[in-house]
Ligand binder design. Structure first.
Ligand code: NAP
Length: 260
């Protein structure tokens, strides 16, 4: 199941149910709309029923705080997106980091070496991006966010790779990868950055996903940039969650086909 508020628009049930069918596992993946005030009692009920699932906005940090056993990567991010129960204990992980990492490698066609990253946003997904960038060889990340204090706090947590840049123009000069980790473009045709400001040699990665692609990715491709939206990351984080729950590889192609 997917815990969030609201979650009815999520694409996760579409590809998780395809993976369950392909693996002949007689379970159904469902969304559960949980208001923040209900989270503790819902987690108690889920413990009783030995449930497993994903966590999304706004519960990723609160569930992290409730975990009995948490992975190192989820601790690094300070947020979880995957949970399951074992012997009555709540286990948590964050597969967004590996999902983002895999999607960027696919976009670049290999290891991100000497990446000069511009990261738009300073929320939970931005922390997952920074946790991935920490594992890349010689990466530097300039965080550009509307809340400078929050951005500085995030940069301090990832001081080995990250700094804050208040001038978007300066940040974009020499960037090799521009990442949108804000929700801009999710519900309308707004673009997080005018692609006219981005070098055509830079790659563009939009964490936002929409069936048919996001407007920003379409504009970036028109300009000649390599660009990907958040769907490949969403699929990979979901596939990795499935692995945690069942101990087997899901059928990624069946998951991908379900979204077409
Ligand atoms: P979050 O924790 O709420 O953070 C959102 C960030 O975007 C904050 O820095 C926020 O600034 C900023 N922001 C919000 N609206 C903005 C605007 N109009 N202009 C400029 N900045 C704005 O959310 P999140 O969990 O990081 O998620 C961010 C996006 O990534 C969402 O669209 C989510 O669906 C997507 N996502 C995708 C995947 C995937 O698998 N593809 C995984 C995770 C997240 P303030 O702090 O000032 O509000």
């Amino acid at each position: 199941m997917l815990l969030g508020h609201p979650v009815s628009h999520s694409l996760s049930p579409v590809f998780q149910n395809a993976a369950l069918r392909a693996a002949k596992i007689p379970l159904k993946y469902e969304t559960l709309d949980v208001a923040p005030s209900e989270l503790r009692s819902v987690l108690r009920e889920l413990r009783e029923s030995k449930a497993a699932g994903n966590v999304t906005i706004p519960h990723k940090t609160a569930v992290h705080a409730s975990c009995d056993k948490v992975s190192d990567v989820a601790d690094r991010v300070g947020a979880v997106n995957t949970f399951w129960f074992e012997a009555g204990e709540l286990y948590c992980d964050n597969t967004d980091v590996a999902g983002f990492d895999a999607a960027v490698r696919a976009l670049l066609g290999g290891d991100p070496v000497n990446a000069r990253v511009v990261l738009l946003g300073s929320g939970g997904a931005a922390a997952a991006v920074l946790a991935a960038a920490e594992s890349w060889q010689n990466a530097r990340v300039a965080i550009v966010a509307r809340n400078h204090e929050k951005a500085r706090k995030l940069a301090r947590r990832f001081r080995d790779v990250a700094g804050v840049e208040t001038s978007l123009q300066k940040a974009l000069a020499g960037a090799t990868l521009v990442v949108n980790a804000t929700p801009v473009g999710q519900h309308d045709d707004e673009e997080p950055v005018d692609v006219g400001m981005i070098e055509p040699t830079a790659a563009v990665f939009d964490l936002v996903y929409r069936r048919g692609g996001t407007p920003w990715v379409k504009s970036a491709r028109k300009k000649g940039c390599r660009a990907a939206d958040g769907l490949p990351m969403l699929l990979e984080q979901g596939a990795l969650s499935f692995q945690r729950w069942f101990g087997i590889e899901p059928d990624r192609e069946a998951m991908r086909q379900a979204l077409l």
